[in-house]
Design a protein around this ligand. Structure first.
Ligand code: ZN
Length: 289
């Protein structure tokens, strides 16, 4: 399995925490019909994106991007010791899979200069913190953690109404430790990282474009979850906060990168999770390289 890619002066590593069956396709996509699923079952199974019971297979992973100047970790997955009663595979997890994957890619927690979150959902912030002597502390002691302003404000508001556990245990402790940067859309790291606002899945969702002067790679976060949505960009999962906006964002993103050389690094597509966007009929494909 490909866990490491080189594009231009970037090296990109996939740090996989889980790759597993997630939700039945018909349950995840309210607009998906049984007929449409049947038409796409063969290629989705072939791609490892759908299991024998029509449940979608998702990968949960971080990307570590090494530029000539920095080591940047995007999306910190699920995390350990976190109460997530609605998701048995994530609830109070104690395995060392993530830390082992990080080490085998050649990184220690001390090596990470920046942690960037595409958005602040539970499976993108988990390893921001770890439990030490009963307290949540930043996992990456030398990192600046970068959160988008509108995303941070949205979750601050939600958390004020009723506690949002991943915000409380995986974001706020980073702010308390003074390692957080709450940034606007024009934030850049050197000339190697730019933010692409991609709202819909959450109000402040961002993708990250890497590369000097051109987008060598883009980390797309949850603007799409499964290859079925490249074929049908208008298909929004039931947990997109604004389904119509998410559909528009998804098509615009796919149009932007279609037939370019940019390596698209998805959060959740099954392995190899990465590829180049190509046009196919009224939709697109993400072709492995
Ligand atoms: Zn996600």
């Amino acid at each position: 399995m490909s866990l490491k890619f080189t594009v231009g002066d970037l090296t990109i590593h996939r740090i996989i925490e889980q790759e597993t069956s997630f939700l039945p396709a018909l349950d995840m996509f309210p607009a998906l019909t049984p007929e449409q699923l049947a038409e796409n079952r063969a290629w989705m199974r072939e791609a490892g994106a759908l299991d024998a019971r029509d449940t979608l297979v998702l990968c949960f992973q971080s990307y570590v991007v090494k530029t000539p100047h920095h080591t940047i970790l995007v999306d910190s997955c699920i995390g350990n010791d976190k109460p997530r009663p609605l998701r048995p595979k994530w609830n109070m997890k104690t395995d060392n899979g993530y830390m082992r994957a990080l080490a085998s890619a050649g990184f220690s927690v001390d090596d990470i200069d920046f942690v960037m979150c595409t958005h602040l959902h539970v499976d993108h912030v988990g390893w921001n913190t770890r439990l030490e002597n009963g307290r949540w502390l930043p996992t990456f002691p030398n990192a600046r953690y970068v959160f988008g302003r509108s995303e941070f404000d949205y979750w601050t508001e939600q958390n004020a109404k009723a506690e949002v556990p991943p915000f409380a245990d995986s974001v706020l402790p980073v702010v308390a430790a003074k390692q957080a940067e709450i940034v606007r859309d024009d934030y850049e790291i050197g000339d190697h990282l730019r933010i692409l606002p991609t709202p819909g899945h959450t109000p402040g969702h961002m993708a990250f474009a890497f590369g000097r002067g051109r987008d060598l790679a883009v980390v797309s976060g949850d603007l799409m979850h499964t290859p079925l949505q490249t074929r049908y960009p208008e298909l929004s999962p039931r947990f997109d906060v604004d389904a119509a906006q998410a559909a528009k964002t998804r098509r615009a993103f796919l149009e932007r990168y279609c037939d370019t050389d940019t390596l698209c690094c998805t959060a959740h597509f099954p392995s190899p999770s990465t590829g180049k966007i190509r046009r196919s009929g009224k939709g697109f494909t993400c072709e492995a390289v």
